[in-house]
Design a protein around this ligand. Structure first.
Ligand code: ZN
Length: 252
């Protein structure tokens, strides 16, 4: 187990959590090397990274997690195909328009101290925060990572949020909403959604729409880097540690 155990919910920028105070300082990694490594992380490993942020994580076995991760990725991809077919386009802006979603742009969230890239507000509004896109664009010049380019990044963020709109529209049938775990049975059954499955599926949905060869999950770390390098080094250490664990398990 790595250092990250102590602060694993430190920052989940896609969900707009506040950074934890008194964060330890993590070893620096050159950005080019970081990008190179992140490009090679498999989607199962990003799934484990998502589960590190899941409130119900302790109630789910490793074997179950692996099955959930696979199913959530498949859910995201298959809904992307359905949506592109239904609306006859792969352009996220056009999909949003056809779904009746208003897409707003603003520099940063009100309050300002949380790091947030984009958000879906029920029932039909998506906001893209342009401040993070500008910062990412500057970073792209340092590391030549295409998904940080302004127009591509904006479409990825929009696609991710569009998945949440699709979930809202199809909540009775979509896997990320129908899959639940039993927390306790007596005296009443209490079944709960697994929140991180929505995030895993949203990333797979965005990757499919944008035909990406890499996981957009890497943006969680790279966009954080634009705001707080040390926090990004921490997240990087976490994903590398999960990657190493994943390969050890594969050998055993
Ligand atoms: Zn999301």
């Amino acid at each position: 187990m790595g250092n990250y155990e102590k602060w694993k919910t430190l920052m989940d920028a896609f969900s707009g959590q506040k950074p934890v105070e008194n964060m330890p300082s993590f070893p620096e990694v050159p950005i080019v090397q970081m990008v190179q490594t992140l490009c090679s992380i498999e989607e199962q490993v990003w799934g484990m990274y998502a589960f590190e942020r899941e409130p119900l994580e302790g109630k789910i076995s490793l074997g179950q997690k692996k099955q959930y991760i696979k199913a959530a990725n498949e859910c995201g991809r298959s809904w992307a195909k359905k949506v592109m077919k239904e609306y006859e386009t792969a352009q996220p802006e056009t999909i949003a328009k056809k779904m009746g979603i208003a897409v707003k742009k603003t520099a940063r969230p009100i309050g300002g101290e949380i790091v947030l890239f984009a958000q879906f507000v029920r029932p039909n509004e998506i906001t893209i925060f342009t401040d993070c896109i500008h910062k990412a664009n500057l970073l792209e010049k340092e590391c030549d990572c295409k998904i940080l380019q302004e127009d591509i990044l904006e479409k990825i963020l929009l696609s991710h949020e569009l998945f949440h709109a699709v979930e809202e529209k199809h909540q009775k049938e979509i896997y990320t909403h129908t899959e639940k775990i039993e927390l306790w049975k007596k005296p009443f059954s209490n079944r709960s959604k697994i929140v991180c499955l929505s995030e895993i599926a949203a990333m797979a949905f965005a990757a499919e729409i944008m035909r990406l060869q890499v996981s957009p999950y890497m943006l969680d770390i790279l966009l954080t880097y634009s705001y707080d390098k040390n926090a990004a080094y921490g997240l990087y250490e976490e994903i590398c540690s999960l990657q190493a664990q994943f390969h050890d398990e594969a050998i055993l």
